[in-house]
Design a protein around this ligand. Sequence first.
Ligand SMILES: CC(C)(COP(=O)(O)OP(=O)(O)OC[C@H]1O[C@@H](n2cnc3c(N)ncnc32)[C@H](O)[C@@H]1OP(=O)(O)O)[C@@H](O)C(=O)NCCC(=O)NCCS
Length: 166
Amino acid sequence: MKIEAFSKADEEGVLRLYKEFNEDRIASGVGDAQYKYIEGEMPWSRTLTDEDCFTLVLKEKNIVLGFITVRIPQFNPFHKVGKLAEVDLIVVERKLRRKGIGSFLFNTAQANLKTLSVTHILLNVKVGNLPALNFWHRMGFKKVSDTEYNRSDGMKEKTVYMVKKV
Ligand SMILES: CC(C)(COP(=O)(O)OP(=O)(O)OC[C@H]1O[C@@H](n2cnc3c(N)ncnc32)[C@H](O)[C@@H]1OP(=O)(O)O)[C@@H](O)C(=O)NCCC(=O)NCCS
């Protein structure tokens, strides 16, 4: 297994995993993830690598088995506190979970962020997503707040915000 930067050849593999993730979300009752890079005015794959973002893919025999997308927003209102990055999404192939792939992807992304002088990583997780909450806790993230809001499609979304000092 190797981790490399996302390229156009990985589009289909990443989309396949994204769809798996979204199906699980819908089945669990929290609604469609509505990631803007799947639909909307910009082709989704461009957003995976736009100027604020990088995506890493884990592959075996050219099959994408996991990916992580991290954003480093250019506008950082907390610049006096530090340089922030945000995990947009991490997904590991369903059948291959609990084998260390997610840790490998996150640790590789974190090492990249260190070279970019990032000091804090933020993310948010849906309240019912226990595997992800446990995973991020294990990766050293701490809960900082939670919130509930009504989405435009009528779904209520309960979200936990987490942070890790790099
Ligand atoms: C979250 C996710 C990326 C974790 O990937 P993974 O490859 O299974 O993670 P790892 O094998 O590296 O797990 C590392 C540790 O995280 C914790 N963890 C991971 N999955 C867990 C689960 N289902 N239940 C409890 N703890 C879990 C464990 O402590 C685990 O260590 P252990 O297996 O030695 O006990 C994966 O479950 C996934 O793709 N989920 C669907 C997409 C998703 O929800 N993404 C997060 C959006 S915020």
